[in-house]
Each structure stands twice: as C-alpha cells, then as structure tokens.
Design a protein around this ligand. Sequence first.
Ligand code: SF4
Length: 429
Amino acid sequence: MNIHESEKIAGILEDMGYSQTEDETAADIIVFNTCCIRDNAEKRALGNIGAVKHLKKSKPELIIAVVGCMTQQDGAGLKLREKYPYVDIVLGTNNLFELENCIVSLKNTRKKSVLIDPNENPQVRENERVYRTSGCNAWLNIMYGCNNFCTYCIVPYVRGRERSRKMSDVLDEFKRLVDEGYKEITLLGQNVNSYGHDLQDGSDFAGLLQEISKINGKHRVRFMTSHPKDFNTDVIDIIAQSPNICNNIHLPIQSGSDKILKLMNRHYTRDFYLKTIEAIKSKIPDCGITTDLMVGFPYEDEDDFEDTLDIVRRVRYSSAFTFIYSIRKGTKAALMPQVPPEVSKERITRLIAEQNRVTKELSRDYEGKVYEVLCEDRAPKKDGFVCGRTDSGRMVTFEGADSLIGKFVDVKIEKSQSASLYGTLTEER
Ligand code: SF4
C-alpha cells in the first residue's frame, strides 16, 4: 500500500516537472512517505527526517515534505512541525492530492502547510496520476480504510473507514494496465474481502474477481490483504477456476490461540480459520498460503504461544511475516498488561525456527519440477542471473539475460535453500 502511495506521490511530482534522483544532495524536494503501523517504522521515519536537517541548512530552497499515516495520528502533524521546524509540508493520508498546491504555495509565498483532514470517510479519488516503479508488476487500489478495529492496530484511526472504488473504475484501470503491458497486477486493500460492502450496488470481492478473470491477456492477478472472517468459498472457487488468478493466498491469522484472537478482536476462531484453510487446500491443492504471525500480544502465555506454533505445523505456510507485538498509542491493546520483551524475543526466535523448518520442507517439494515463472528482475548480487515468482508466489533465481525480464518462462527447479529456489530455464515464451 505504501509503495503504491509513493508511486502516486511520484506521479504528482512528475506532472510538475520533477524527476527522480537517488542522490539526496541533488534533490529539490524530499518527500517522506511514513508508516505508523509499528513503532519501529515510526522511529525510522523520524530518524530519516532528522537526518536531512543538514541538507536544508546548506540548501535552504530544498523542500521537505512529510506525508503518510504517521502524520494522521492525533496531533502528530503539528508536533512534527514543532520538532522539525525545517519541514515545509505535512500532509495526512486524506490530503495527499494537495501536495502540488502546497509546493506551489510554498514557492510563491514561502507559506508552510500542515493539512490533516480528520474525516473518516473522505471521497475516493479517481484518475490519480501514478509513476509506476515496480517493473512488470502494478499495484491497483480497490478500496481504502478499514472497519475492523483489531485492538492492536492503528490503521482504522489513520486511514478511516472502508471506501470501495466503483467496480467499473477498478475494471477500467485493470484493463488499462493490461494494455500497457503489465504482467502482474496486485489488487490492494486493507481487507479486500469486504470490497463493495459500502457501495450498496451488490458489488463484492468474489464478483470483482469474476469480472477481472474475464479480461483477456496473459497476466497474473494477486490480491492483499484478506481478513479470515470475510474470506468465503465464492472467492476460493473463483481462484480455483481462473488460470489468471494466482494460487497464492495471504491469510493473516496473527495468533493460533482463541483467547488471544478474542482479545485482538479478530472475529474468528482457530477452528474457523483451519476450516477455511481446509477448503482452500481441497479446491486449490497447489496453493501457496502465507500469513502474518504476532507474538507477545498482551496476556499471551506459553499455552497461547504453543497454539500459534501448532497452527504453523498444521497449515504449513510457504512463508510467514513474523512480528513482535508493538504498542500503538490510542489502541485498546496499548492499555492491556504487556508481555516482557525478553519473553517476546524468545518466542519469536522459536516461531521463526519453526516456520523456517516448514518452509524448507515445502521448498524441497519443488525440486525436480518445472514451473511457470514471471521473470521480474535481475537477481540481487548475481551477475547474469534473473529472478521471478511462481504462480504460488515462490521466488526463483535462474541464469538468464535481462531480455527475459517481463516475460513468462518455464524453469526447472534444481535446488532449494530455505525459502529460495534455484533453477534452469527450460522454455522461453
Ligand atoms: S483488519 Fe485489523 S489489522 Fe488489518 S488493517 Fe484492519 S484493523 Fe488493522
């Protein structure tokens, strides 16, 4: 979501005649697109804002803007301006489109801006200019905001309530992206499964996927993120039937303990979740299933943590994003008794070890088989090698020329190393 938002910021700047530079000393404007989902992300953003003070000193005409969800927190915009007075523009998540006006006004009048719209239901904006930076992959917002209020999460407070884009607008953008040659399109939303609930025209996520699956062309569709409570069998059926929709589902469980899931306000039980996984596996046997797992949530004891390990063993995720719970001011969980950090650290180490073991075993199943891979980029630090993902979402590295990037190829997997797969090209299309 943040990468795509940065692409929109870059789109506004490109329209104004700016171009991208990797050299911050050459920049005329620096925009920090912040995230406040975890304390770490926020601290890093603040550290990075602090680090450009000297640039502003030596180049006073440099424009510094801070945008994104960190600024949308209660009173954060003004506090930012107080602590970092050299920041020229602060925009909340609902005000991003005002960046151009703020820059023009700053240039003409030297007037600094702090614009944070607290509206929980801002209008969905269409026809935003996007400067895409992800090669043959494109991100496509289908909705914004979240209604779920998980007790650890700040997102509903900083991104407002769920607002879906009209299906016709989503389909138009999707077709444009296919026409422009993008090979993989990822549908984005905080909870894509509740797409359309606010539109009151009968649209829903399964219906959207169905329409998208009818769009001709050789391309892939992924989506993120799904909420287990809203993930229904209609969606599973459409994925199973549609060759273009990847057999790859990210279904964040967070915890394997019913007690903790209740405290998190997640509205599903481990049993409900496991039944959904069973349905996915029975209809899409080769589906790559990934998840988010959190340890150290308030009140989590050893039995709760064991339940999470048990989920990892039962579901056999191809990979998992693992986190230590991070206190977010203003959320309900911030007021609950906290688990000591050393306990959380010990648990995350065990959790990662368990997930790595499963990933390694699953990786071995790929060896000796041929998979269609969308070649996405040069392999990092490996001259003459490229990489891309299987339909199930596994990253594969293989020897090949840059000319393969953006193409579908067949690759035989020769060996695996933990989550990484290595293969040889068998067919170019
Ligand atoms: S579903 Fe829960 S975790 Fe996800 S964005 Fe909404 S409140 Fe946050």
